[in-house]
Design a protein around this ligand. Structure first.
Ligand code: ATP
Ligand code: MG
Length: 482
């Protein structure tokens, strides 16, 4: 029986592709993510078109009709065309076979059916016909539509073959389960698939780190990343990908005292960041989510049991910040300002709370502003997300204190403008004033001024800074030359 769908191919571009394919005498189908998302009612502007014939030739002919420009990826045999906000990717239907050492298949031309067989999941293997005679007919050989409505992720072929051929699919399964799951409609990976992932986890070794991180990023950017990380953990993938995160698992007990389960806590914090961003109408900030994921990464190596008082993780934020570059490097992630941002947030994540535990003095607030700079709002968001206590009284107390810090931050910033602190005294000014070459005095004087400003001894302005600097310079034996 053929199900002909209505409404999904209304966009005129599908009619154009259909006409052009028919005039070239080739069969073309919309396939994959676009079809899936139509049924899920999720907007998707990426359209994959599979052709029994040359994808590149069809793309070229369509481009002539739409006066568009084609980008050809010769190595992949694909061509991309943009049209009115949609991105169309054309590919010839293919049959694949794999070598053990690589996830790059040997590719031959094939039929639609053969092409569907090589796709990762039943829900990603559905196609809409673009042929005149059955325009919009759903071609769904593996029951993708049923799996979609039941929220099931399963492979068309034997999972061992699917995952061993291309182990990236294990992470894709987890990513789709995480992304597609919604309140009231969860997606689960079938048990045979999960078992197969456990068996095939060593196959991850053939993947490039970049592809793995791409999937991690996509999982982190979902509305509930914890689900993906739990699945990675349950299948043994996490241990291979991010061992430092796996090490947060478990609770040790001494003298009947256990500590917080840091893995669950961490995942909760990542989810909290995601919900807070959504609630505040912010775009998902990938690097803030990485910071949340890694914020307690230093806990295992800082863990101590102090008889009589219990567990401490003293200095874990410092250890954690030091671990960040190594983790980024190991995953071949950028070692640029993004890494520094994550490192900074991990290193500072206790500061706002520590501040309220003592007393919210102006100088402590100025120092926090100085250290966090423009990332202060992100730090405060992370700090709020870090509150996962089950004790409501404790939670509301900490939240109230953080609000106090926030108000203080605004107040102090308005007064002293520390956020983008620029020392009013520059090195050039000092050298010219005293007629001295570069040397350690300059650092000493600038540091002295900075400290005085942060401590609130002088205001953040040139006049006061200059006067103070001249006084200190005199003590060092420096005399102005003019
Ligand atoms: P997204 O919305 O994330 O782009 P998508 O389903 O479109 O989801 P893509 O990565 O764009 O995912 O891939 C397009 C289609 O190509 C998939 O729906 C699937 O049919 C197929 N596909 C992609 N990657 C693989 C893979 N590694 N193995 C098998 N099939 C794949
Ligand atoms: Mg896509």
């Amino acid at each position: 029986m053929t199900t002909v769908t209505h409404g999904f191919l209304d966009d005129p571009v599908f009619g154009i592709v259909s006409d052009v394919a028919s005039s070239l005498g080739v069969r073309a189908y919309v396939i994959g993510g676009y079809v899936r998302d139509c049924f899920l009612g999720r907007p998707n502007d990426d359209i994959d078109i599979v052709v029994e014939g040359s994808g590149i030739a069809l793309a070229g002919a369509v481009a002539q009709r739409t006066s568009g420009k084609v980008t050809v990826f010769k190595n992949f045999g694909t061509a991309m065309l943009r049209h009115k906000g949609k991105e169309l990717e054309f590919v010839g239907a293919r049959k694949e076979s794999y070598h053990r050492e690589s996830r790059k298949p040997v590719v031959e031309d094939g039929t639609l059916e053969e092409d569907q067989l090589r796709r990762d999941f039943t829900i990603n293997a559905m196609a809409f016909s673009l042929q005149k005679e059955d325009y919009g007919a759903l071609v769904d050989p593996f029951g993708g539509i049923r799996d979609l409505s039941e929220g099931i992720i399963r492979t068309p072929l034997d999972p061992d073959t699917t995952y061993s051929d291309d182990p990236l699919r294990m992470l894709r399964a987890i990513r789709f389960a995480t992304r597609l799951s919604e309140e009231g409609h969860p997606f689960t990976i079938v048990p045979e698939s999960l078992d197969s992932m456990r068996r095939n986890r060593d196959r991850l070794a053939i993947l490039s780190k970049e592809r793995i991180v791409e999937e991690l990023d996509k999982i982190l950017l979902t509305s509930r990343p914890s689900m993906g990380f739990r699945l990675m953990d349950e299948t043994g993938l996490l241990e291979l990908i991010l061992p430092a995160l796996s090490r947060l698992k478990g609770v040790e007990t001494v003298d009947g005292k256990g500590h917080k389960e840091n893995f669950s806590h961490t995942l909760q914090v990542v989810d909290n960041v995601a919900s807070a961003e959504a609630a505040q109408g912010l775009e998902p900030n990938l690097w803030l989510r990485w910071a949340a994921l890694l914020h307690d990464i230093g806990k295992p190596s800082s863990k101590r049991f102090v008889p009589g008082s219990g567990w401490t993780f003293h200095g874990h934020e410092v250890i954690g910040a030091r671990m960040v570059p190594g983790i980024f490097q190991q995953l071949k992630m950028p070692l640029n300002e993004k890494m520094k941002y994550v490192q900074k947030l991990v290193g500072l994540h206790l500061r706002p709370i520590a501040l309220v535990d003592e007393e919210v003095t102006d100088s402590a607030v100025r120092r926090l502003l100085f250290d966090a700079g423009d990332d202060i709002d992100d730090l405060m968001l992370l700090c709020n997300a870090d509150i996962t206590s089950k004790n409501p009284a404790k939670v509301s107390r900490i939240r109230a204190n953080l609000e106090l810090v926030k108000r203080k931050l605004v107040e102090v910033e308005e007064k002293d403008a520390i956020r983008n602190f620029k020392n009013p005294i520059t090195g050039e000014y000092v050298m010219e004033l005293f007629g001295i070459p570069p040397g350690k005095e300059i650092g000493i004087l600038k540091e002295y001024v900075k400290e005085a400003i942060l401590e609130g001894e002088i205001g953040n302005n040139f006049e006061e800074a200059d006067a103070l600097m001249r006084k200190r310079a005199a003590e060092l034996g420096l005399v102005p030359v003019k």
